[in-house]
Write a protein that binds this ligand. Structure first.
Ligand code: FE2
Ligand code: FE2
Ligand code: FE2
Length: 400
């Protein structure tokens, strides 16, 4: 979503990794893990600029984004191994010495992604891919042992003879259907695991910029509290909490230059931002079981009087969860500190929210509940955002 070019790169690398893994007889679990890691391998390239640099063959500090990717993913238990694979995906083989890096163990899978990544970056856009196979292989082979595990290069040597492999890469590049789809294992998550992964998404969304660094954590904490005050059952409260984490996932389509613009936005820039809830909806729509969470998450800019966006819904269409999300989003946005301004104090916050509820934009009951429990809810927001800020600072250190 951040950059079509990078998206394509992740797909190509995943495809190449999967095929090499198969050629190397990786067992099912290992093959699945390394393929997931390959899809996510450049997730640490948080800003567009950084992402573009990642794609250059000899980047100056390739370990930075790999380390950031590891930091992002490692706290989600299901991704522990995957995070470790990603952490070292730019380490050279150096005749086997590359199984360690700065005293840490490097997994063999990291080296497989390293190879797949370099193969992908050698593909030129202006020529049929199959016609590039000898040039690509020669370049890879010349670095066998030094940059790449020779055993993996041998697997590539065999793979490169199969035409379908190159045709598939061409099709993937063109967004066409292709032959050898990666068979990812279906995963069934319970609600707590789901919260874990949406929390991970919150970081991917927020950590792109210092301006938004703790926003989703705040919205999630506030929305959950509000749901509890409305006596929602536990499962619904958790769904609302998860929705808070991902409500702005569509903002991944917004360039960081716009996210970080200090002054007022132009109409064109605002139009780009305005699209984000549409993208949140489309993205979450693809995942089975997220129907309600999607509804809560994607309707946070709809308004009771029908003046919101993008679906132009009205009061009768908006569920309690969606209404809570709208209030939690506004409350968090005006209350949180941003690099260019301090957050509003209670009096001002109350004024903003009451005005909007009088104008029939947001739900009056929810606004009054929030005001009645202001201190408790605001404390929950501050606590959640403080924790997120500490995490973000760990990242920021790596970004200099
Ligand atoms: Fe990378
Ligand atoms: Fe939003
Ligand atoms: Fe938001």
């Amino acid at each position: 979503m951040v950059s079509p070019e990078l998206n394509n790169h992740q797909r190509l690398v995943a495809y190449i990794t999967f095929n090499l893994g198969e050629a190397l007889n990786f067992d099912e679990k290992k093959l699945n893990e390394v393929s997931v890691a390959a899809v996510l391998h450049d997730i640490g390239g948080l800003s567009m600029q950084e992402r573009i640099n990642v794609l250059k063959f000899e980047a100056i500090n390739p370990h930075q984004h790999a380390r950031i990717g590891w930091l992002l993913l490692k706290d989600y238990r299901e991704f522990e191994e995957i995070a470790r694979i990603i952490k070292f995906h730019h380490v050279d083989w150096r005749d086997g010495e590359g199984l360690e890096f700065n005293g840490e163990v490097v997994m063999p899978e990291s080296h497989l992604i390293h190879l797949a990544d370099r193969i992908a970056t050698l593909i030129a856009r202006d020529e049929k891919i199959i016609n590039q196979k000898d040039r690509i292989y020669k370049k890879i082979e010349s670095a066998s042992g030094q940059k790449f595990n020779p055993e993996y290069v041998k697997a590539f040597e065999r793979l490169k003879e199969k035409e379908f492999f190159w045709y598939d890469l061409e099709s993937i590049s063109n967004g066409r259907r292709y032959y050898k789809r990666i068979k990812f294992k279906d995963q069934c998550l319970n609600i707590d695991e789901l919260i874990g992964i949406t929390k991970l998404f919150a970081r991917v969304i927020d950590f792109r910029s210092n301006f938004t660094a703790v926003h989703s954590e705040g919205v999630s904490a506030v929305a959950k509290r509000l749901a509890q005050h409305f006596n929602c059952d536990e499962l619904t409260c958790k769904k609302i909490q998860a929705a808070g984490y991902v409500h702005d996932i569509g903002k991944l389509t917004v360039p960081t230059e716009i996210l970080e613009k200090p002054g007022a936005l132009s109409k064109e820039e605002f139009d780009v931002i305005k699209e984000h809830t549409y993208h949140t909806y489309v993205l979450l729509f693809q995942v089975k079981g997220l129907e309600e969470i999607n509804e809560y998450a994607s309707m946070h800019h709809e308004r009771l009087d029908g003046t919101g966006y993008p679906f132009k819904l009205e009061a009768k269409d908006l569920s309690l969860g969606a209404r809570i999300m709208a209030v939690a989003d506004i409350f968090t946005a005006v209350s949180e500190n941003r690099p260019y301004r301090k957050g509003m104090q209670k009096e001002e916050v109350v004024e903003v929210l009451r005005k909007m509820s009088i104008e029939n934009k947001i739900d009056k009951n929810i606004v009054e509940t929030l005001i009645s429990y202001y201190h408790e809810i605001n404390k929950a927001r501050i606590k959640a955002q403080k924790k997120a800020r500490t995490r973000y600072d760990d990242f920021a250190k790596l970004l200099v």
